[in-house]
Design a protein around this ligand. Structure first.
Ligand code: ADP
Ligand code: ASP
Ligand code: MG
Length: 450
C-alpha cells in the first residue's frame, strides 16, 4: 500500500477563490496528499443539468450560460496568471453552448453526461492553476483516461479491473512527482464517451480512485465538520459523530444522508481505507473517521432523510394465496431495468419504491411501457411527494422496546411502508414530503437530544 492520501473537495469547497485557497492550504498541510479529486464549483452542475434537460427558451439559455461564465470568471480574475486556465475554461464553455443548443432540440442521457461533465472539467483547470501559483507542484489529469465505466449514462458503473490497470499505468506514476488534480463524478466508456456516476458522484469517484492507486487514506472535504446525527440543516441540535463504522456510514449514505454518495464506502471497505469527513471551511474542528472497527456501537446512531421517493402499489385479488405473482411483477420490472428499493406486502397488494434516478435528477418514474405491462396483471397506483426516513443504529433487530419510543414520538404522522427487521442497522418508513422534516426534528429531539 502506498503512503499517500486522496483528498476530495465538494462543490462548496471549490465555490470561489477563497474556498479554493482553503483547499490548497489543506493540501499543503499534508505532504501525503498526492491526489486531489474536485467537484464542479457550487451551483454549476445544477445549471448544466437544466441545460441538459433541454431549455427551449433562448433567453433563459443565455442567462444560464452567462451565470456559468460569471462563476468561473470570478475565480479566474483573482489568479495571478489566468491566461492559460481561462482559455481552457472558455473552450469548455463554448462546448457547453453547443451542447445546450443540441439538448434544446433533442435531449438524451449521453448528451447530458457530456454536458454536465463540463463542470468538473472547468473547476479542475482553475484549481490546478491556483495551486501552482502557491508553489505546489500541481498537475491536472483528465480522469476519463482512467475511470472506465459501462455506458449506462447518468448512472454509469465502474469497471474496476480496467480502472486499476489504467491507474497504475498513468495516474500512480504521476503522483510520484506531482500533486495531481482530477475530476470527480465523471468517467468514460470503452468508446471514449463521457459518462457520469450520478449526482453527488464525486465522493464515489474519490473512493474508486483511492482504491485504484492503493491509497492509505481518503479525505472527503465538504461544508460540515463531519457526519452528524442527522442533517444539521434540518435539526440544528444535531451533533458531530467522531467515529462511525463502515456499515453504519454505508446505511446512512444509502438512506439518503447527502453527505456521502451511497456507493462511496464500497471501494473503501473493499480495501479497508479509512475515510475522514471534515469541513474545508473549518478544518480545525476535526471531523468524522469512518473505520472498520470503532469503539462504540450505540443502538441509535443517526437519522437520514431521502426525498423524491416514488411509491408504486400493485393490487390484485389474484394474489391471495397464489404463487408466482411477485415473480411476474419482478420479471416485468427487470425487463424494464427498474430497480426496486423498499418493498412491503399484504394479502392482496404489494408496495414498492423505485430506486433513485440518474444525473438528470427528480423523482424516479415508472416508465409507461412497464406500467402498461403491470396493468395486465393488477391495478397500479403511483404516488409521489414522499420521503424516506431511516433510523440507523446497531443491533436494532435484537433490541426490545425501542419501536414503541419511535412510533410513539410519531403518533401524529401518517407513516407508510414501514420496513423493520431486515437489517440490524435500520428501521425506515415513508411519509409525506410536507411533514418529513418535522418528523426528523421530533425524532431527533426524542432519540438524540435527551
Ligand atoms: P459536497 O458538495 O461537499 O459533496 P454535499 O452538499 O453533497 O456536499 O453534502 C454535504 C451536506 O450534506 C451538508 O451540507 C448537509 O446539509 C448534508 N447532510 C445530510 N445528512 C448529513 C449528516 N448526517 N451529517 C452531515 N451533513 C449531512
Ligand atoms: N458535481 C456533481 C454534482 O453536483 C458531483 C458532485 O459534486 O459530487 O452532483
Ligand atoms: Mg456531495
Amino acid at each position: 500500500m502506498s503512503n499517500f492520501n486522496v483528498a476530495k473537495f465538494g462543490g462548496t469547497s471549490v465555490a470561489n477563490f477563497e474556498a479554493m485557497s482553503r483547499c490548497a492550504a489543506i493540501i499543503e498541510a499534508n505532504p501525503n496528499t498526492k491526489l486531489v479529486v474536485s467537484s464542479a464549483c457550487s451551483g454549476v452542475t445544477n445549471l448544466l443539468v437544466e441545460l441538459a434537460n433541454g431549455v427551449q427558451d433562448q433567453h433563459r439559455r443565455s442567462e444560464i450560460l452567462s451565470q456559468l461564465a460569471d462563476i468561473h470568471n470570478a475565480i479566474l480574475d483573482q489568479l495571478e496568471s489566468p491566461t492559460q486556465a481561462a482559455s481552457e475554461v472558455y473552450t469548455i464553455l463554448d462546448t457547453v453552448t453547443t451542447l445546450a443548443e443540441a439538448a434544446s432540440i433533442q435531449a438524451s442521457t449521453k448528451l447530458t453526461d457530456h454536458l454536465v461533465a463540463c463542470g468538473e472539467l472547468m473547476s479542475t483547470h482553475i484549481l490546478t492553476q491556483l495551486m501552482k501559483e502557491r508553489g505546489i507542484p500541481a498537475t491536472r489529469f483528465d480522469i476519463r483516461e482512467v475511470l472506465r465505466t459501462d455506458d449506462a449514462f447518468g448512472k454509469a458503473e465502474p469497471e474496476l479491473g480496467t480502472i486499476s490497470q489504467l491507474a497504475s499505468q498513468s495516474l500512480a506514476p504521476l503522483c510520484q512527482d506531482y500533486v495531481v488534480i482530477t475530476q470527480g463524478f465523471i468517467g468514460a466508456d470503452a468508446q471514449g464517451n463521457t459518462t457520469t456516476l450520478g449526482r453527488g458522484g464525486s465522493d464515489y469517484s474519490a473512493a474508486l480512485i483511492a482504491e485504484a492507486v492503493k491509497a492509505s487514506g481518503l479525505e472527503i472535504w465538504t461544508d460540515v465538520p463531519g457526519i452528524y446525527t442527522t442533517d444539521p440543516r434540518i435539526a440544528p441540535k444535531a451533533s458531530p459523530i467522531a467515529e462511525i463504522s463502515f456499515s453504519e456510514a454505508s446505511e446512512m449514505a444509502n438512506f439518503g444522508a447527502k453527505i456521502l454518495h451511497p456507493s462511496t464506502l464500497i471501494p473503501a471497505l473493499r480495501h479497508d481505507i479509512p475515510v475522514f469527513v471534515g469541513s474545508s471551511k473549518e478544518p480545525e474542528k476535526g471531523g468524522t473517521w469512518i473505520r472498520h472497527q470503532v469503539e462504540s456501537s450505540p443502538l441509535f446512531r443517526a437519522l437520514a432523510l431521502r426525498c423524491n421517493q416514488t411509491m408504486v402499489t400493485l393490487r390484485s385479488e389474484n394474489m391471495f394465496h397464489a404463487y408466482g405473482f411477485l415473480a411476474r411483477v419482478f420479471e416485468i420490472l427487470a425487463k424494464h431495468k427498474i430497480s426496486v428499493d423498499l418493498i412491503t406486502t399484504s394479502e392482496i397488494s404489494v408496495s414498492l419504491t423505485l430506486d433513485q434516478t440518474d444525473t438528470s435528477g427528480g423523482a424516479p418514474q415508472l416508465p409507461q411501457a412497464a406500467r402498461a405491462e403491470l396493468e395486465e396483471l393488477c391495478r397500479v397506483e403511483v404516488e409521489h411527494n414522499l420521503c424516506l426516513v431511516a433510523l440507523i443504529g446497531n443491533n436494532m433487530s435484537e433490541s426490545k422496546g425501542y419501536a414503541k419510543q419511535v412510533f410513539g414520538t410519531l403518533e401524529d404522522f401518517n407513516l407508510r411502508m414501514i420496513c423493520y427487521g431486515a437489517s440490524p442497522h435500520n428501521l425506515c418508513f415513508l411519509l409525506h414530503e410536507s411533514v418529513s422534516k418535522q418528523a426528523i426534528q421530533k425524532l431527533h429531539t426524542e432519540l438524540f437530544e435527551k
